[in-house]
Ligand binder design. Structure first.
Ligand code: A3P
Length: 272
């Protein structure tokens, strides 16, 4: 007599594409790929490799399209997607909230000065004709006035962007990951991430080794690759030398935003 109920259960348990229950929303160049790849080591996590850009660029394609981008999962597996531009896109928080007010949000951050240089370094690899960092960063080099409309600088104003997320999501639904600590102590940082996602702590320092040549933690083995491997060549680029005056100017600019951000998230990242 429980035939109908049993069939229902079986159907729910079949592998199928499901909408995400958690998102890595940013920040660009702070270690979002590392976080996603480390999460994918967890047997209860599945995630698409590419950035889906649903809530910003592809929203018009609709929810069914979004769902189809997701890997097959069983009922007890978490679907996660990462698109770092979500963090700085105005329409995104309300759109996510409309889909699920329970969405778990992961945000990786890093010293905004290093983040700006990392972002610039990426631009230079794509467009080698890009002017020097200093020319991009300052509106006026003699007055030291920064061009805060330049995305490389603007994206680092974390407290500014976080405000618009807090309008839709309470702080307990946004877990902030230290990009620096994800390199220093990947196991420790991943423990907090797994707790936040209510996953058993499976991913630990046993999964990583520090690759001296790469200068970063790398993975001993994953489901796809049974051999040790690091993130690709586009992760962990060499940064150009930037003058100490420019760095100081950027530090002064970000300081109030950083202080406000620490208060908002309740963690001091100790950026200089
Ligand atoms: P750099 O290339 O400037 O060093 P994202 O994935 O969000 O684009 O972030 C890229 C940054 O992730 C890299 O910036 C690097 O510093 C950081 N990162 C963190 N953990 C890493 C790891 N295990 N391997 C390589 N890069 C890592």
């Amino acid at each position: 007599k429980n035939y109908k109920k049993d069939t229902q259960k079986k159907i729910e348990n079949l592998p199928k594409s499901r909408l995400p229950q958690a998102l890595i929303i940013g920040v660009k160049k702070c270690g979002t790929r590392a976080l996603l790849e480390f999460l994918r080591l967890h047997p209860n996590v599945r995630a698409p490799g590419p950035e889906i850009h649903f809530f910003d660029k592809n929203y018009h394609l609709g929810l069914e399209w979004y769902r189809q981008q997701m890997p097959l999962t069983l009922e007890d597996q978490l679907t996660i997607e990462k698109t770092p531009s979500y963090f700085v896109s105005k329409q995104v928080p309300i759109r996510i909230h409309k889909l699920s007010r329970d969405m778990k949000l992961l945000l990786v951050v890093r010293d905004p000065v290093t983040r700006a240089i990392s972002d610039y370094t990426q631009t230079v690899t794509k467009w080698p004709q890009t002017p020097p960092f200093k020319h991009m960063a300052f509106l006026n080099t003699s007055t030291g006035l920064l061009d805060t409309s330049w995305p490389a600088i603007r994206i680092g104003m974390y407290s500014h962007y976080l405000l618009s997320w807090n309008r839709f999501f309470p702080s307990r639904q946004i877990h902030v990951v230290s990009g620096e600590n994800l390199i220093q102590d990947p196991g420790g940082e991943m423990a907090m991430v797994q707790d936040f996602l209510k996953l058993p702590r499976v991913v630990s320092n046993h999964h990583f080794y520090f690759n001296q040549t790469k200068g970063f933690p790398c993975v001993k083995k994953s489901e796809n690759k049974g051999v040790p491997h690091c993130l690709g060549r586009t992760k962990g680029r060499t940064h150009p030398d930037i003058s100490s005056e420019t760095i100081e100017r950027l530090r002064d600019f970000y300081r109030p935003f950083n202080q406000k951000f620490y208060r908002m998230v309740g963690r001091d990242f100790m950026w200089l």
